[in-house]
Write a protein that binds this ligand. Structure first.
Ligand SMILES: Nc1ncnc2c1ncn2[C@@H]1O[C@H](COP(=O)(O)OP(=O)(O)OP(=O)(O)O)[C@@H](O)[C@H]1O
Length: 887
């Protein structure tokens, strides 16, 4: 028994030991497994932590990137917004108060938007934040909530400062504080730019604004434009002011039904007519048409928050209002030349006429002038200083900017002293010219012949056009231009300022001028040639009154202030108009056709020069500068005054130049020295300098083109210096020159060189020989004059009076057929009778630097010339003496 127990016990012990061992092993294994699991878990945790850190960094990087990009986009959008809004806000609309000043917004564009504060967006510095903008004038009505009331003075000041003085008018309805809240604007009140209305004036004020809107619709917009802004865009004109009606604490629910109805009308129709409501502290029913502003938002900027600017300093408000009031009270600025200039140059077609604006009419629109088939010609009148020249500048500026130089040509003459048209020609100070101008004549008050020359030139052009029209069976310019597509037929305007100088004399010049004017006025209408005659002097107009058929053609009349007799007798409108205005009348001056026009300043160089420079830069390639004739200028002997003129038979003709013709082409007046009897020249008169110039010009012009023999004899000590200088100049041309001191020797030898070279005999003060020339000598002189030309000996002589010439030619019975050509200086017309085909002599009033030239071979009547100045083409006496000394 003990044995099994022992065995059992041993067995149990052994099993227990085994079990313990197994348990221990299991425990160790479990511990190992647990340790491995722990390690694995730790590692996993570590990996997870690392992953999480990586992911967090990546996420942060992505987030940063996205944030930066978003910020950059916001900043770009902000600066885009600022750039986009900048032009719309303009200086006075948008600049912060420290830099703020008054600047008018452009006329054709909508009034600038107004800065109220800034949008709270963007990351950058507050200065670059986009402005919070609202529009009032030209844009909409505005409503400020009570917490935004502080913005009111700023909005009003910016509006006032963006427009010219007087262009914004304020009416303030402020029943609570009776205008106290806008006291800074008070300086505008005395001149009517600001009105305060109390409770009793409300209905009247609303009625007035409604009536104003009605008037604008009926008379200003007149169905042609949808709004005043449309009118401004189309025409550049702002004929009506903006009216801002400020309603402060208006307590509208208490208003009568009629008052509310009137307000509703203003809301519906006001903006198009420049009437705007600025309501403070009231809720308007159904205000979708009104921009609402609170301290933090505007209905335009939706969810974006805004921050309002601080109000402008009080002194800025009062100072600005005082300036505006002062400038407004000083009167409106005249219209500007720029208002007459089209945006694109030279788009007009002149086939049917020339129509351009010239100033501002009473209705605020541009008033136009037309020249064409009707009215064809214009008369402009007004006393000195009334602005005629300025009117002509404005008209010409508008014409030349609208019509291309192929559509319009200008001929401009000014008979009064001064150089008013000289600016259109190229000069030393300003080399540009007006490309349409063909001819400018200034300082021609003594040279009426130049006016005549212009009229003759126009008559020739008229004939050319009439012939072309006949060929093409056209009855007027428009038709001719249609059928002759390749022809160049611009309209021509000839402007003659102070034309009375040309027509009010009692001589042949006036008679011919009036006849030519009559012809041009009558027939020019259909050929596109238009006359504009201006005069300050009633006499000018009166010279025409005697010619009813002539004056009847001048149906366009422009009367400057105080012009007399220009309009119909009963029409006194010109007496009543203020400075810088004109009565324009296209119906021969009858009162019903009056149109009062305010004219722009077109005279000052700053206004004119940029316009001319712009056209000059765009001138056609073949556009030549206009010919300028200045009566005060003495022309120099040109190098080559004549182009080669072939002789009738063999060789080239000897052509002696005597001066510059007073002519449209300013050509050289000359005589041909042919082998015909009489081809000599006599210069007559006592003006030695001019006589020397004529002889020098004649001799040099021949000697420069032909080798000649010259015999020179000077009998006037005062002229000897010039004669001596001429000899030197002639020798330089290769001429064979013989200086004689005795006239007897000259006439004794005149035919000693037969046939060799053409021979010029230059005699200075021939008559001074007097008694020193015995009868034989006198006879030889006559022979030389009579027979010389056939032998190529031509005498160019200076006699100081006609009687002395006559004496040298044979006394009382003298015949003048040996003198074909003469130039008279200070010799009266009747004295020239024996030399002239005109009975009693030519009409000639001697004047300085002018000569009367007659050549029997070509002239029917004598022509006025300007002796060329030869001083600068002759060597100086000092030069000659030095030359002699070094020989
Ligand atoms: N619309 C205008 N706006 C501003 N200034 C003007 C205007 N019209 C004329 N003026 C100025 O008035 C002055 C006289 O004008 P303007 O020379 O045209 O007169 P006028 O009638 O031609 O005189 P005159 O015959 O004596 O030359 C000039 O200084 C001119 O600049």
């Amino acid at each position: 028994m003990a044995g099994w127990r022992t065995r059992l016990s041993q067995q149990v012990s052994a099993d227990l030991a085994t079990a313990r061992g197994a348990a221990r092993r299991l425990a160790v294994e479990a511990a190992e497994t647990a340790e491995m699991a722990r390690r694995a878990a730790t590692e996993s945790l570590e990996v997870a932590r690392r992953k999480q850190a990586g992911l967090t960094a990546t996420h942060r990087r992505i987030l940063d990137h996205i944030t930066r990009r978003a910020e950059a986009q916001i900043d770009a959008a902000v600066s885009d917004l600022a750039a986009v809004t900048a032009p719309a806000t303009g200086a006075a609309g948008g600049s912060p108060w420290p830099q703020w000043k008054r600047v008018s917004s452009p006329r054709r564009e909508p009034m600038w938007l107004l800065r109220m504060g800034e949008l709270s967006v963007g990351s950058g510095d507050p200065a670059s934040r986009p402005p919070a903008l609202v529009g009032l004038a030209d844009h909409s009505h505005l409503r400020l909530s009570p917490d935004a009331e502080a913005a009111l003075p700023g909005i009003l000041l910016r509006t006032l400062g963006s427009a010219p003085p007087g262009a914004v008018r304020l009416t303030v309805y402020d029943p609570e504080r009776l205008g106290g809240s806008l006291a800074g604007f008070a300086p505008l009140a005395p001149c009517g730019l600001l009105g305060f209305v109390g409770p009793h004036g409300l209905s009247t004020m609303l009625d007035e604004h409604v009536e104003h809107i009605r008037r604008i619709n009926a008379t200003v917009l007149a169905g042609d434009h949808a709004s005043l802004l449309d009118l401004a865009t189309a025409t550049g004109r702002r004929p009506e002011p903006w009216r801002i009606l400020v309603l402060l604490s208006a307590d509208m629910p208490e208003w009568t039904k009629e008052q509310r109805a009137q307000l509703a009308r203003i809301r519906r129709t006001g903006v198009a007519c420049g009437v705007h409501l600025l309501v403070v502290g009231e809720d308007l029913p159904d205000d979708t048409d009104t921009v609402a502003v609170t301290a933090t938002h505007t209905s335009l900027t939706a969810a974006a928050r805004i921050r309002l600017d601080t109000p402008p300093p009080k002194e800025l408000i009062t100072g600005t209002c005082r300036d505006i009031a002062r400038e407004y009270s000083a009167g409106p600025q005249p219209t500007r030349l720029a208002d007459l200039i089209p945006e694109t140059l030279w788009t007009g077609d002149s086939s049917d006429g020339l129509t351009v604006p010239v100033g501002e009419g009473a209705n605020g629109r541009l008033a136009e002038l037309t020249l064409g088939d009707s009215p064809p010609h214009a008369l402009v009148g007004g006393p000195s200083g009334s602005g005629k020249t300025n009117l002509l500048y404005a008209w010409l500026g508008a014409l030349t900017s609208r019509y291309h130089p192929d559509e319009l040509e200008l001929y401009l003459l000014d008979f009064k002293e001064g150089v008013s048209f000289a600016r259109f020609a190229s000069g030393k100070r300003d080399p540009s010219w007006l490309p349409h101008v063909k001819l400018v004549g200034v300082n021609i008050n003594d040279d009426r012949e130049f006016g005549l020359a212009l009229l003759r030139h126009l008559r020739t052009e008229l004939r050319r056009r009439a012939e072309a029209a006949k060929r093409h069976e056209a009855t007027k310019l428009a038709e001719l231009r249609q059928v002759d597509e390749n022809g160049r037929w611009p309209r021509i305007i000839a402007v003659i300022d102070e034309f009375q100088v040309l027509v009010d004399g009692r001589d042949e010049v006036s008679a011919e001028a009036v006849t030519l004017l009559e012809d041009l006025a009558r027939r020019g209408r259909s050929q596109g040639i238009h006359l504009v005659l201006a005069s300050q002097d009633i006499a000018g107009i009166e010279a025409l009154w005697g010619r009813p058929s002539l004056i009847a053609q001048f149906t366009l009349r422009i009367a400057l202030p105080k012009a007399r007799r220009l309009l119909a007798d009963t029409n006194t409108a010109a007496e009543e108009i203020p400075r810088f205005h004109a009565v324009v009348n296209a119906d021969s001056g009858v009162s019903e056709a009056n149109q009062v026009v305010r004219l722009p300043d077109a005279s000052t160089r700053e206004v004119w020069e940029p316009l001319q420079a712009g056209m000059w830069r765009r001138r056609p390639r073949d556009n030549d500068p206009p010919r300028l004739f200045d009566g005060d200028h003495v022309p120099l002997l040109p190098d080559n005054p004549i182009t080669a003129v072939p002789a009738a038979r063999g060789g080239e003709a000897l052509i002696a130049v005597v001066g510059q013709a007073i002519d449209v082409s300013s050509h050289a007046a000359s005589l041909r020295l042919t082998r015909t009897p009489g081809r000599n020249l006599a210069v007559l008169g006592t003006r030695a300098v001019e006589a020397c110039d004529i002889l020098a010009g004649a001799a040099l012009s021949v000697a420069r083109r032909h080798r000649v023999r010259v015999t020179l004899c000077c009998l006037d000590a005062d002229a000897a210096g010039d004669a001596y200088r001429l000899v030197a100049a002639l020798e330089e041309t290769g001429a064979v020159v013989d200086w004689q001191t005795s006239l007897s020797d000259v006439v004794a030898d005149w035919n000693h060189h037969p046939g060799e070279l053409p021979h010029l005999v230059l005699l200075y003060a021939v008559d001074a020989a007097g008694s020193s020339l015995d009868p034989v000598g006198r006879q030889r002189l006559r022979e030389m004059l009579l027979s010389g030309p056939e032998n190529r000996v031509h005498t160019l002589g200076w006699w100081r009076s006609v009687p002395r010439l006559r004496e040298d030619l044979g006394g009382f019975a003298a015949r003048f057929d040996s003198i074909d050509a003469w130039v008279a200086l200070d010799v009266q017309g009747p004295e020239l009778a024996p030399l002239s085909p005109q009975p009693g002599g030519p009409t000639w009033y001697p004047r300085a630097r002018r000569g009367l030239f007659f050549d029997r071979a070509v002239h029917r009547t004598a022509e006025v010339i300007i002796p060329y100045d030869t001083d600068s083409v002759l060597p100086t006496v000092d030069n000659l003496l030095t030359r002699e000394a070094t020989r």
